[in-house]
Design a protein around this ligand. Sequence first.
Ligand code: PMP
Length: 437
Amino acid sequence: AAAPADLDAYWMPFTANRQFKQAPRLLARADGMHYWTPEGRQVLDGVAGLWCVNAGHARPKIVRAIAEQAAEMDFAPPFNMGHPKAFELAEKLVQITPAGLDKVFYTNSGSEAVETALKMAIGYHRARGEGTRTRLIGRERGYHGVNFGGVSVGGIAGNRKTFGPLLGGVDHLRHTHDLARNRHVRGVPEHGAELADDLERIVALHDASTIAAVIVEPVAGSTGVLLPPKGYLERLRAICDKHGILLIFDEVITGFGRLGAPFAADYFGVTPDLMTVAKGITNGSVPMGAVFAKSFIHDAFMNGPEHLIEFPHGYTYSAHPLACAAALGTLETYADDGLLTRGADMARPFEDALHALEGLPHVLDVRNIGLVGAIELEPIPGQPAKRAFDVFLECWRRGVLVRVTGDIIALSPPLIVETSHIEQIAGTIGEVLKAQA
Ligand code: PMP
């Protein structure tokens, strides 16, 4: 396919980085662990597309499922009825979600899953006669998508300011990433669980009976792979239970095997009341997200007292046949290759390769858990985000795709990654850091 000469004339890729015009612009093809440029150059995918292509690109069962579904039925309205794959998929998903999360609500993205979970929490309380529980709590440096609810509970202060006024009644927990205390920690930091007690501070500010839910990413992804200190999530769960507050885990990145367990909830042994997912649910192939909920919460929201919901919450494309078919093909592929737990086997070589970069020029911190990791660089004075972006550009030239967020390089390779790929990714970053010193 031919792209226009001025690539940004009609559509622009998203970026917060003013250097982006120098960035690689076109991806032509993808297969397994690799992308190809239009010139035929192979690039190793160190981020699974955008933390989503967990089984690697162009997996045959997923490709076939989408093609067959497109021929059989393109669309089915999700109001009052549905197609068989929507029901089949929900049952299969519930078989792999943590015990207790046994209802599925389909969305088309992570952002929509977040909005749905927030509304479900508030709607549930209201259906039970606790209409005062409307306050929402997020966490600093949390990322929950781009819609207004997600930006409101999100912890990106600049975005909250730019698009405000946002949802009222929102507070933010202090974030857990303490570089001074947790530098170069392998896996989760030992110290800092007491930061969860910040929830008690917020509860004391408002009455607990006004708070609907707390939403956190178990491991914050997009803002730089920030790991929860050991015991932090357990403590958050206990405080929520004490005050009747619902706990939402945003597992859009951590879901579907990224940490070496099916979900972060499994990895940490903490079950939320609601869980949002997207990305890996269809291996990135067709847009889809979902909320997994405890039955009594989901059912109160969907089917609460009649006068409460005049018009139901749902999207035209909820349970889209192509997405459901793609997700079924994805789950089969994950099962065939044991990918929901493969990250546990590959975590050690990944950890070793990343931590071998400690001590290289400008490396402030190296972090890892399962098959997600980050290398945090010292910013160039007066030029925030430039150092990491330069590393991204040079890695691309040398055949490796990484993700940058600020001055942090984030890695989340497809879960089919082999040790040789891990060595190529970390080795390339190491060479670039030395060359750019
Ligand atoms: N929540 C989290 C934790 C995410 O990482 C993302 C996307 N990176 C989203 C929500 C938003 O998902 P989407 O881009 O599919 O709307």
